[in-house]
Design a protein around this ligand. Sequence first.
Ligand SMILES: Cc1ncc(COP(=O)(O)O)c(C=O)c1O
Length: 347
Amino acid sequence: MRADPARYEFASDNTAGICPEAFAALQQANEKNTPAYGEDRWTAHVCDRVRETFETDCDVYLVFNGTAANALSLAQLCQSFHSIICHEYSHLQTDECGAPEFFTKGSKLLLIDGANGKIDIAQAEAVIARQNELHSHKPRVISIGQATEFGTAYTPAEIAAITEFARAGNMFLHMDGARFANAIASLNCPPKAITWQVGVDVLCFGGTKNGAAAGELVVFFNREIAGDFDYRMKQGGQLGSKMRFLAAPWLGLLTDDVWLRNAQHANRLARRLADRLQNEAKIDIVFPVEANAVFVRMGERLVRELHACGWHFYKFIEPDVYRLMCSWATTAEEISDFIADIVALDH
Ligand SMILES: Cc1ncc(COP(=O)(O)O)c(C=O)c1O
């Protein structure tokens, strides 16, 4: 067993570099004197390519990161007295430092439980029923993660059921798609089948975890709610002056299905990691592995020893559930190294 220097392969899908196709596109965009603030041809091409990918006319914006995409798109939908229904383990709730509440100037997150990281509609109904008309925040948006924070994917029918519920209560549907590509790779369906065709109003489409350096798309399928979003981006500090450098890598991803191949690779390796952990190391897998995340139950001693070997990964749920992520860059050898260390530690 090695005592290697720090190894971050499974800590996050953000630890990977920029994929070659995105990097090449970035270099191509590195020309002199190109219009700024999104007036460049790279940004225009990406917006067109997104409309082709989703097979619909939609309004498309580029921001720097996923927290901003979520918070600003929610701010577009909510006033301060509104509420947003989301899973208790959603990124909105656990990892955005209150950005949704901050940018909506006080909207409240209503937290819903549900198996495998998915919102349970019956619970959402019960929580909404407890809202006290004028005296509580008014439910306005349901937000779902696709893929979920637990590495599962909502089926088109599950999303349609949530939309039906949302519409019955005059609510919008927001999708946090930081790993949208992994969900599409998992479900093997056209992007429209889990977005506008099943009623998604706005999608935050993640590029960073898919192979870009930065840059997430905010895609409004419901164009009526997109008005002045560029002003909101600017005020939120998210209007890139050299936007072409956010856009160009997206062009690399959306050409020749690179985004899908990257996600398919990450999902395949996550499946392999889960199978080997289960079969060779007798480790429990906690949630269905449908995207690029593997959640495992591990004892404290094993985790301490793996960390001492150099492997970095994080606890996600108390007391003993850890998350292992695969990315476009994960290799079979890295998985073999990890499994070999676990087996050698003989937990
Ligand atoms: C589900 C989900 N949404 C959004 C984000 C975006 O986060 P960031 O602001 O770090 O780009 C992440 C990143 O980890 C995520 O996992």
